[in-house]
Design a protein around this ligand. Structure first.
Ligand SMILES: NC(=O)c1ccc[n+]([C@@H]2O[C@H](COP(=O)([O-])OP(=O)(O)OC[C@H]3O[C@@H](n4cnc5c(N)ncnc54)[C@H](O)[C@@H]3O)[C@@H](O)[C@H]2O)c1
Length: 308
């Protein structure tokens, strides 16, 4: 298994580290445009191998795509992160050009690869990767829902006073402060609906805290977060590399599913060796359907900026 991570910044390096620590890949190539940066990150990470007991070989390169040839999975984290007070959508001006160029270069050297798009605004960048590469829809996966769901579980556990391993929950919709939809109705503590433990007001608060999960961290850190994003990407990569058939909410090109067409947005999918092996259509309430429709309208508005 060969995995490429483009962008040796905070998220890319964290993602490469978690992949290596999970010890399922033969090689991770990190590529960055900044001279020497990916080589430095790769060398630093390789010097943790004997301490952290992994055998994955990590290689860094400055923009030499030939080093990424025949990657099974490529992760795109290149681009600028947001600063405090910014929305993810505001990054489109810089990141669209980067993601288009990077995805075209990756496909040249790894025509059979599965692409995982992380750069923001992620749903629009995943849609752009489709337009730029024309890959089948099962091979382009936008990562957002896995992270948002992890943040949702963190907030649920906090509200319940329970360990995180006790709770389960999922976030669908667009990966944005206003567009994401934490499915509070379906969240459980050991298969019991969380509404048995906390009242509606507290649950509403959990939902709001989840939606601004990224913005809260950006304010604290001065830039966007990287540990949980890196861990979330590594979980998707592992599910594909190890053919786990695990279910995650991911941004995927919809063709009629959930009543939506020609848009990439977060819905539950099964991940295995073919990438997205199935889109899971769950029953939503009218209110949740309306929220998804509104979220999709916002993503479409951002997609519209691609032609501007
Ligand atoms: N989808 C998600 O859930 C999620 C979560 C966190 C961050 N993000 C996004 O991921 C992106 C990266 O965030 P970060 O915190 O790692 O930023 P960062 O600035 O730390 O790293 C970005 C890296 O990309 C590199 N880069 C820029 N242009 C490039 C190009 N053309 N080719 C190769 N490398 C290039 C930069 O040199 C830099 O090292 C941002 O767009 C951020 O908004 C997404």
């Amino acid at each position: 298994m060969k995995i490429t991570v483009v962008g040796a910044g905070a998220v890319g390096a964290s993602c490469a580290e978690y992949i290596a620590m999970k010890n399922f890949a033969a090689e991770v190539v990190i590529l960055d445009i900044k001279e020497g940066y990916a080589e430095g990150k790769a060398m630093d990470l390789m010097q943790t191998a004997s301490l952290n007991s992994f055998d994955t070989k990590i290689v860094g390169t400055t923009n030499d795509y030939s080093k990424t040839a025949n990657s099974n999975i490529c992760v795109i984290t290149s681009g600028v992160p947001r600063k405090p007070g910014m929305t993810r959508e505001e990054l489109i001006g810089i990141n669209a050009g980067i993601v288009k160029n990077v995805s075209e270069n990756l496909i040249k050297y790894s025509p059979d690869t599965i692409l995982i798009v992380v750069s923001n605004p992620m749903d629009t960048m995943a849609y752009l990767a489709h337009k730029a590469t024309n890959l089948p829809k099962n091979r382009i996966i936008g990562m957002g829902g896995a992270l948002d769901s992890a943040r949702f579980k963190y907030r649920l556990a906090e509200a319940l006073g329970a360990p995180i391993s006790d709770v389960d929950g999922m976030v669908i919709g667009g990966h944005s402060d206003t567009g994401m939809i934490p499915l509070t109705r379906l969240a459980t503590r050991n298969s019991v609906l969380v509404s048995k433990f906390i009242d509606n007001e507290r649950l509403k608060q959990v939902k709001e805290d989840t939606k601004v999960g990224g913005a809260t961290l950006t304010k604290l850190l001065g830039t966007s977060a990287w540990y949980a994003p890196g861990a979330a990407v590594s979980s998707l990569v592992q599910a594909i590399a190890c053919d786990q058939k695990k279910m995650f909410p991911c941004s995927v090109l919809l063709e009629g599913e959930y009543g939506l067409n020609d848009i990439s947005i977060g819905v539950p999918v099964i991940l295995g060796k073919k990438g997205i092996e199935k889109i899971v259509e769950i029953e939503l309430t009218d209110d949740e359907k309306a929220q998804l429709k509104e979220s999709a309208a916002a993503v479409r508005k951002t997609n519209g900026l691609l032609d501007a």
